[in-house]
Design a protein around this ligand. Sequence first.
Ligand SMILES: [Zn+2]
Length: 495
Amino acid sequence: MSHFEVRHYDAAGRLGELTVPRRGVTVETPALLPVVNPHVQTVSPATLESEFGAEILITNSYVLHGSDDLREPALEQGLHDLLEFSGAIMTDSGSFQLAEYGDITVTTEEILQFQHDIGSDIGTPVDIPTPPDVEREQAEEELATTQERLELAETVDVGEMLVTAPVQGSTYPDLREAAAEHADGTSLDVFPLGAVVPLMNEYRYADLVDVVAACKRGLGENRPVHLFGAGHPMMFALAVALGCDLFDSAAYALYARDGRYLTVRGTEHLDDMEYFPCHCPVCAEYTPEALRGMTDRETEELLARHNLHVTYGEIRTIKQAIRDGDLLELVESRARAHPDMLDGYRTLLDHADQLEETDPVSKDTFFYLSTESARRPEVVRHHRRLDRFDLSGDVFVTEGSRSDEFDENWRIAAPFGPYPRELSETYPFTAEVPENLEPQAYEAAADGLARLVELNPDAAFTLGHDRWPASALDRVPDRVDVRNLAERRDENPSG
Ligand SMILES: [Zn+2]
């Protein structure tokens, strides 16, 4: 039985609901899970709930298991009382410690049982987080171990606690996809994509996109996907557009400890700031100078609260964008904050056919904002759907007005390509497009025309274009009669 339901899609991004039966709550996704360190609470879980509306958090059961101070209280009181948090609590297993220190002292059965006993709502087995770029043999061997652990996890009786099935496979897309298919075939409930933190730390967003896209291909649509360790709000929109539902953030606290200030455009250092570009209660009340004048503890807490505000704010921005159908416009604008993010967005569009599968057929107006817009799923879909039309006789495909010389009159518009005139008022052909378009937009339209021509060998085509660039005209099949409407206007200024 699936505990996850998608309510609304935009590209592969979705608004959904994760039902957490042990706690009797549902969590709206995309959701942020702030990481709570049981020993050091920069912002208390009660504050996360009251001030930030946190519905779910994540803490580390391995730390609790190994703590002389907290192990018994956790077992006696349960996590919710210990942390003073009434929402859903997910627990990690120590896999991160395994990756950092090379060794841990619990098995999957022990740690799952312990997570159950302390009242966790979503538990995690001990998987092997294989870093990026390792030899394939290592990635395969470690993946086999992770898969054994998942099969073991299925056999542990943990009542209503949901259990995660981490997906590994390093930077090998085929291994990630196979790992995801295997995880999908287990009876486990939530699907974290593991060991992606090194990619994010190095700003390798293009590689991250390929890894996530591969994992998504192996997972069923109703599978909740957790991008493990993704805490920087700058890349949330990109990850959501690929179909990630859950994010955990240790970044809000770790960055605050280092005096770093998160924004959706990147990271600033408090020492370098003269102004706070944010409307949250912290930034409205204090100046950077005032924050620098406080004790380290006060500065850290206020920075952490700002970091949380901006992080939750971005999640809400993304949810509204999915509602409005302009998630890709949001990704596009976020991608402009950093060249590596732009690489990530461009790689996302390499997977446009994958995004197209769930992208709504109709949305609000399509905004063409950059060269990349020409590669959006809507363009891919339209080109694919050209096979629905059966044309014969003389067909005029034009940017200008219709002509009675022809049997059929179609419109053509960059970046979509040719379409029947009766679809002019439907999505995406109502697009807002700038006056000055790049050659890529016309090239995409020419590719659409080439496909229509190929699909209709018995029809004769004439293209009426208004000053298309040579790079686009080069892509028009030879058998199309090409007319430059602008030249004709120049020859007949009165007509
Ligand atoms: Zn702020």
